[in-house]
Design a binder for this molecule. Structure first.
Ligand SMILES: CC(C)(COP(=O)(O)OP(=O)(O)OC[C@H]1O[C@@H](n2cnc3c(N)ncnc32)[C@H](O)[C@@H]1OP(=O)(O)O)[C@@H](O)C(=O)NCCC(=O)NCCS
Length: 177
């Protein structure tokens, strides 16, 4: 947790953009809206709220635009030295500007600062935009979960990144105040 006066968040590729830990009171609606615009099976408000309040391993970060809105988010679990990325999305109007890559790179760096050595995630086989993003960041395919997804049914590719880039420590906690 940061104290008043300390800098919060990691500055983005363009002025005013920042990645920072989710604040439940301020960011929940924005995350749910990005999710709805991005997935056929979005998580519910209650799922995010439960994660933020109850899970010691949950790490949820928002990509905040210069006007303070949630333009994207990345949700994962930090389990021992592994970061499991569960969800990632950038709102449609802000895609293809390098913000998704910035968000994931920043989260990887923050997880490394908390001791993570590697990262993993699942991605729909047909999700070429996300696959290209992960590939550009160094993730490689390690397996397939057949029929993992529903609506529509589809295989999941299991990706791993074996060496995380370094990053600043201490920004990992979700603020539930
Ligand atoms: C995947 C997602 C987060 C990418 O966000 P983004 O901000 O558009 O990504 P970036 O602009 O940082 O793109 C980084 C790289 O990813 C690849 N990429 C991203 N979108 C792409 C697209 N539509 N087509 C092809 N490549 C794409 C490119 O290699 C790109 O680099 P480039 O622009 O220099 O070519 C975004 O498309 C999204 O929210 N999709 C819906 C939700 C989703 O699929 N989440 C992933 C679940 S595993």
């Amino acid at each position: 947790m940061t104290s008043p006066g300390e800098p919060v968040g990691v500055p983005g590729p363009e002025p005013g953009w920042v990645v920072e830990p989710m604040r439940l009171d301020r960011d929940l609606e924005g995350i749910v809206a990005v999710d709805k615009a991005s997935f056929t099976n979005p998580w519910t408000r209650e799922m995010y709220e439960w994660e933020a309040r109850n899970s010691d391993v949950a790490r949820i970060f928002v990509l905040r635009s210069p006007d303070g809105c949630v333009a994207g988010y990345c949700a994962g679990w930090l389990i021992f030295d592994e970061l499991h990325i569960n969800n990632l999305a950038v709102t449609p109007e802000w895609r293809r500007r390098g913000l998704g890559a910035f968000l994931v790179r920043t989260v990887l760096g923050l997880a490394a600062g908390e001791g993570a050595a590697r990262a993993t995630l699942e991605v729909r086989a047909s999700n070429l935009s996300a696959r290209r993003l992960y590939e550009a960041l160094g993730f490689v395919q390690a397996g397939v979960r057949r029929g993992y997804y529903t609506n529509p049914p589809e295989d999941a590719l299991i990706l791993w990144l074996e060496r995380l880039p370094g990053g600043p420590p201490g920004l990992g906690e979700t603020d539930v105040a």
